[in-house]
Ligand binder design. Structure first.
Ligand SMILES: NC(=O)c1ccc[n+]([C@@H]2O[C@H](COP(=O)([O-])OP(=O)(O)OC[C@H]3O[C@@H](n4cnc5c(N)ncnc54)[C@H](OP(=O)(O)O)[C@@H]3O)[C@@H](O)[C@H]2O)c1
Length: 247
């Protein structure tokens, strides 16, 4: 199969791209670094593509920016898919986006809505945060050696396992909204960050911070973990961390 991976150099996208070639399929990378800007549509050509896997992202805390990004990327992909006769649009979304009012999630909701309303047969997989998310958070909210970490229940899953699951779905016909994918167990974000700092020999203090407002409440009350009917990855955060370089 000829499989296009939009965002195929990102945290999960690079694993999707690896899985495509490892399983003997033809990879088409859709990223700016590969000369394709999915916001403007520049360089986008899906000739001969069977399936598009959308794992693009833009880090933002602003709802307007999130909606502009996911709206433009999705509209451009769907339009190009129709021209090229692509049979399957598969997108990775996030568990809990309809009940947690985060700015970024408004973009993800728009993305889901456009895909569902489009003409191209689709599959939507919602997953929980990746193991890598603890590292990403560490880089964003810090003041010198002090790391402010949200009080958050989550159920982290290995990005590599999410990618494998996405490719399994890509090789099947479009299936609509499929069961959510979570990790093997719940973890507290502060514990994950502390373990990461210890593993990498980094110093610093971790200060758990209850994020105010409705999105902070959703972080604490289990909105972002899977419910009944979900499927689960196998690799725990501790197992994933043991594979990461030390120091
Ligand atoms: N991170 C999590 O814990 C998590 C959990 C569940 C679901 N998700 C979802 O999974 C998806 C991927 O997340 P991620 O964390 O793997 O993202 P990421 O690491 O930030 O990677 C983003 C990818 O998008 C590409 N991209 C950005 N702007 C682009 C543009 N204008 N045109 C073409 N490509 C563009 C980037 O490549 P270039 O910079 O080269 O363009 C990169 O390959 C997102 O939709 C996210 O909502 C994430």
């Amino acid at each position: 199969m000829r499989i296009a991976v939009a965002g195929g150099t990102g945290t999960v996208g690079r694993h999707v791209a690896d899985a495509v070639t490892e399983r003997g399929h033809e990879l088409v990378l859709l990223t700016r670094s590969a000369g394709v800007d999915l916001v403007s549509g520049e360089g986008l050509d899906l000739t001969g593509v069977d399936v598009v896997v959308d794992v693009t992202s833009k880090m933002t805390q602003k709802a307007a920016e999130a909606q502009a990004f996911f709206g433009a990327v999705t509209r451009n992909l769907l339009a190009a898919e129709q021209v090229a006769g692509v049979r399957h649009h598969l997108v990775l979304s996030i568990v809990g986006i309809d009940t947690s009012p985060s700015a970024y999630y408004t973009g993800k909701l728009l993305q889901e809505k456009l895909v569902q309303a489009g003409e191209v047969p689709w599959t939507i997989l919602r997953a929980t945060q990746f193991h890598e998310f603890a590292t990403q958070i560490l880089g964003v909210i810090g003041v010198g050696p002090l790391h402010l970490i949200p009080v958050m229940r989550n159920e982290p899953v290995a990005a590599r396992e999410v990618a494998g699951h996405l490719l399994d779905l890509a090789l099947k016909p479009a299936a609509g909204r499929v069961p959510d994918l979570g990790g093997p167990q719940e973890e507290k974000m502060v514990d994950m960050v502390r373990a990461y700092l210890k593993h990498t020999g980094r110093t610093g203090f971790v200060l758990p911070v209850p994020v105010p407002g409705a999105s902070g409440k959703a972080m604490r009350n289990g909105t972002l973990v899977t419910g009944p009917g979900a499927v689960h990855g196998r690799q725990t955060y501790a197992q994933w961390l043991a594979e990461q370089p030390q120091g």
